[in-house]
Write a protein that binds this ligand. Structure first.
Ligand SMILES: *Cc1c(COP(=O)(O)O)cnc(C)c1O
Length: 428
């Protein structure tokens, strides 16, 4: 087979022209940073002016094997030479093999493939509605400060006012409860309640993990009231925390958690290592609720996406990247905690698991007082100036979601750059 020729990077400083084209032609629904990116390799990205950045954002927990990974390229090329797409009216091998792999990692059940996280969550809502339909139950409880995607049902499920504003009325049948508060969940149940949906680690609002007691308590509550426990693993899944799913990591050494299983799990982001693919898994005996003709999507589980996701999972397993994410992530977390001690007027604390790290900034950072922008955005702008990329999570938390194959020297370099930013801010 002919090797794919690697793309020749075009490094021209026409950032201004790109900005102009966006301003004229792209719907301005995103607040964007002032970087126009050209190409990448591993954990590095270059902007159109040729400046290099260490990418600890990973496309918001997507590029789990880094940029321009040759094995992903090979899977793309090989599969595209066989079969890019056929509809779901037929069977293909990559979809079958990928489903088998996901079931192996989550437990006895079945998988549906889609194209994004919001769509994977839509599947969970439909499973829950189907489950409760005969009894007239339809209500899904979700957590405050959650994030479940930007479709109309997604923003209805999301427990943040800012995503709903201007789009009312919301899809009915969602109600929000405080996160990590089992009593509140119990008190919120109504005769119409059919499911509880949470992120085991809330990703968009500060990398906030569910407690062991909360996860186990919700499982019990759902069992007692015939509710489905739905987990959104779109951001925390695919070995980022050191286990396939983040709930598995949170519960891993808990004796009382043996046999814990959610009823359904949504996945996307890292699943394709940068290729858009989502999925949801439903456990037995609920995995046949969505019978023939009740759910579907044109592109879901197409051979190209499935072949790439399969390769991503094979590489993670072969190279033991789950353990690497766990160990390097814990090491980075300990170093970052030390920085909090060194620069307490800038950095408050650090939390997360593996390669899903949240750095909470100190309140009222002096150097940021003159701007309307959130502290997290101002901090990230400083990181960009220093040559490192990260993602804001809420108004005062910085997220690190690096590739799982980040090297120790890259991790060390990232920490040095973060330290230099914290140090200069502490002196202002
Ligand atoms: C990103 C994200 C989503 C939405 O995924 P999209 O692919 O952007 O639709 C849903 N839930 C969580 C937890 C996420 O992090």
């Amino acid at each position: 087979m002919k090797e794919a020729t690697s793309p020749v990077p075009i490094v021209r400083n026409d950032t201004q022209a790109i900005h102009q084209l966006y301003a004229q032609n792209v719907i301005p629904s995103y607040g964007r940073f002032d970087l126009a990116l050209s190409h990448g390799a591993g954990a590095r990205v270059w902007d159109m002016g040729g400046r290099q950045y260490l990418d600890l954002a990973g496309g918001i927990a997507v590029c789990s094997l880094g940029h321009a990974n040759p094995e992903i390229t090979r899977a793309l090329v090989e599969q595209s030479q066989r079969l890019l797409h056929v509809s779901n009216l037929y069977y293909t091998e990559p979809q079958a093999r990928l489903a088998e792999k996901l079931v192996k990692n989550l437990g006895p059940g079945k998988v549906f493939f889609c194209n994004s996280g919001a769509e994977a969550n839509e599947g969970l809502y439909k499973v829950a509605r189907k489950f409760g339909n005969a009894e007239g139950r339809f209500e899904i409880l979700t957590a405050l400060n959650s994030f479940h995607g930007r479709t109309l049902a997604g923003i209805s499920a999301t427990g943040q006012e800012k995503v709903k504003k201007g789009f009312e009325p919301m899809v009915s049948g969602f109600r929000h409860i405080p996160f990590n508060d089992l009593e509140a969940a119990r008190n919120a149940l109504s005769p119409a309640t059919v499911a509880i949906l949470i992120e085991p680690i809330q990703g968009e609002t500060g990398i906030t993990p569910a407690t062991v007691d909360y996860l186990l308590g919700l499982r019990q509550l759902c069992d007692d009231h015939k509710l489905l426990l739905l987990l959104d693993e779109v951001q925390g899944g695919i070995f980022r925390t050191g286990k396939f799913a983040s709930y598995q990591r949170i519960l891993e050494s808990e004796a009382g958690a043996a046999g814990f299983m959610p009823d359904a799990v949504s996945l996307a982001k890292s699943l394709g290592g940068g290729f858009p693919i989502g999925a949801f898994w439903v456990r037995e005996p609920y995995s046949n609720l969505l019978s023939a003709g009740t759910h579907g999507t044109t592109f879901g589980g197409n051979p190209l996406g499935a072949a790439v996701a399969l390769r991503v999972l094979e590489v993670i397993e072969r190279d033991n990247l789950a353990d690497r994410a766990r160990q390097l992530g814990e090491w980075m977390k300990s170093k970052l905690l030390a920085l909090c001690g060194e620069f307490p007027t800038v950095l408050k604390t650090v939390r997360g698991y593996g390669m899903m790290i949240g750095i909470e900034l100190a309140d009222n950072i002096q150097a940021f007082s003159g701007s309307e922008k959130t502290a997290s955005i101002q901090f990230i702008n400083k990181l960009h100036d220093a040559g490192v990329m990260a993602v804001p999570s809420g108004a005062n938390i910085i997220r690190l979601l690096p590739p799982l194959n980040l090297s120790e020297s890259e991790a060390d370099e990232g920490l040095r750059l973060i330290r230099s930013v914290a140090q200069s801010l502490s002196q202002q």
